[in-house]
Design a protein around this ligand. Structure first.
Ligand SMILES: Cc1cc2nc3c(=O)[nH]c(=O)nc-3n(C[C@H](O)[C@H](O)[C@H](O)COP(=O)(O)O)c2cc1C
Length: 267
């Protein structure tokens, strides 16, 4: 009976897990520098892109020495936990559950992240927990540490990819090589390699349920490693307690009498 329940859990959970790696680019752009960067990025990687639009149209954020943009940033700075501090944006029709990696394209305003993009992340950052988060920032000349801090405040449980990419306005027309180098620096290819589902006819299957990884098949040992190669769990039993592990991508090694087999899995 216990075995039957295990089998049912396996069948339900394995089928329900999202196993393909997908990337979303979320950006805002007032004078089209980030837009140009995102167009180039989209030619180098397979991704969906969505632009954040302020609800109030026609504002000149740069008029009077950037007075409106400055006021919006000041409001957020003085009360970052209050939803009323953030300017309204148009509805965004995106299901974040479909994505493993989110790349944020952000203009810098007064050393912070541009206000409309902060609104989107304030409302949705908690849904990005455990996802890989890449950050591209464009400024005229100011350093980007304030924007990085904003992103980490708004996506507290994101798995931030280091380094963030800083593209100065003057570098935008030639951003192609900066972007391709950055993709190498963050190991983009490796982190977004498709996670293969374990097909039903393999002699090993697993499922995740209530903080446990349940394994089924003929094996001597299963071992779980994080992305930096540190072993985070091991068992020769049918279940492994994973409740203390942060969500993300892990490598599951299965040792059988025929040798080792590794699977990239998502917790
Ligand atoms: C309201 C506002 C404030 C800005 N503040 C700064 C700043 O403090 N330092 C800086 O180097 N650039 C600043 N900029 C320039 C932008 O960061 C830069 O032009 C960026 O490339 C714009 O990206 P976008 O064209 O995608 O909007 C500001 C621009 C605006 C509109």
């Amino acid at each position: 009976m216990t075995r039957l329940i295990f089998t049912l859990i396996l069948a339900i959970c394995t089928g329900a897990m999202s196993l393909s790696a997908k990337t979303l680019v979320v950006y805002y752009s007032y004078t089209n520098n980030i837009e140009t960067v995102v167009t180039e990025l989209s030619s180098q990687i397979d991704c969906d892109a969505v632009e954040i639009e302020p609800a109030e149209k026609g504002l000149d954020y740069a008029a009077n020495n950037y007075a409106i943009g400055s006021a919006l940033i000041s409001a957020i700075r003085s009360n970052p936990d209050n939803p009323a501090s953030y300017p309204a944006i148009d509805p965004v029709d995106i299901n974040l559950d479909e994505y493993d990696t989110v790349i944020i394209g952000a203009p810098l305003w007064w050393s912070q992240m541009a206000a409309p993009l902060q609104t989107y992340l304030f409302n949705n950052g908690s849904k990005m927990a455990g996802k890989n988060i890449g950050l591209i920032v464009s400024s005229h000349s100011s350093g980007i540490s304030g924007v990085v801090a904003d992103a980490k405040r708004l996506i507290p449980d994101g798995n931030f990819l280091n380094p963030s990419l800083w593209i100065r306005s003057s570098e935008v027309p030639n951003c192609k090589s900066l972007i391709s180098k950055w993709l190498q620096d963050i190991n983009y290819q490796e982190i977004t390699t498709s996670i293969e589902a374990i097909s039903s006819n393999e002699d090993f299957t697993y499922a995740i349920n209530s903080g446990c990884l349940y394994a089924s098949g003929t094996y001597n040992m299963i071992s779980l490693y994080d992305k930096s190669g540190v072993k985070v769990g091991e068992t020769n039993n049918t279940s492994l307690n994973i409740s203390s592990l942060v969500p993300g991508v892990y490598i599951l090694c299965v040792n059988t009498k025929n040798g080792n087999k590794s699977y990239k899995i998502k917790l």
